[in-house]
Design a protein around this ligand. Sequence first.
Ligand SMILES: Cc1ncc(C[n+]2csc(CCOP(=O)(O)OP(=O)(O)O)c2C)c(N)n1
Ligand code: SF4
Length: 270
Amino acid sequence: MQPVKDINQYLAQHKLPHMWCPGCGNGLILKQLLTGLAELQIAREKAVLVSGIGCSGRAGDYVNFHRFQGTHGRAIAFATGIHLANPRLTVVCLMGDGDCGAIGLSHLIHAARRNINITAIVANNLNYGMTGGQYSPSTPDASVTSTSRPGKVGDALDLCSLTASAGAGYVARSTVYHIFEAQKMIREALKTGGFGLVEILTPCPTYFGRYNKLGSAVDMMEWLKKKTVPLDRFRQMNERQQQEHFWRGVLAKHDKPDFLSRYRDRGINQ
Ligand SMILES: Cc1ncc(C[n+]2csc(CCOP(=O)(O)OP(=O)(O)O)c2C)c(N)n1
Ligand code: SF4
């Protein structure tokens, strides 16, 4: 088994160019993941990428190591099964916010509650990209989408707060604009001996950006920069200001036993 020194070794280069739209953040998220794996010297044979259905889920097509694309909303369930069958593998689950926060939500909560030792990365583009820009549970109130032309009614679900309160070992949020911060969070999540969630806000200029008149892909990067604030500053904001921003930072970081360790401590399946 060779340690990976160059992230290109993790890439299925013959599959490129990729299918993502110009200005989409999914390529940056994939690069951050591959960089995190290389930083931790995880051999290709030891890495598994489980992806969901959706634009972000196509990341699995471009990797040159074990990968599995599950059915919509079931990526965490498949990743859990792979981890329990072979705990020596590093299992990463990459999902869209619709995949993870709507149809797959109960799997997310229970993986966090059990502190299953997998890393979940959520590419949060604030809508369903693959199927035409419908609103998802993470879409902010009043946003225009293909299913909320007059503006969505209802607050966005905060996947990070939910996962942290369910008991995950590591929970953090950043954006593709704050690329080094996001990369560090992925590395920390991969090192966590329990459930790690990193939510990365990412531009979807084709749908969310166009419907909400946010301008070009570059403008959307500026928008991510302006719209997000560090967690401690967010906590000092009033309710109205909080509604207009997203926090960034590390919400939970615990060193607590993961599901398999607790299982073994009971003397089951030694
Ligand atoms: C059970 C099921 N329901 C619905 C679909 C249709 N579908 C495919 S992708 C998708 C949305 C994906 O959105 P998201 O997870 O946010 O990923 P994105 O495309 O934005 O990266 C939906 C609803 C499906 N494939 N399977
Ligand atoms: S539709 Fe949006 S999320 Fe999907 S590839 Fe295009 S920009 Fe990316």
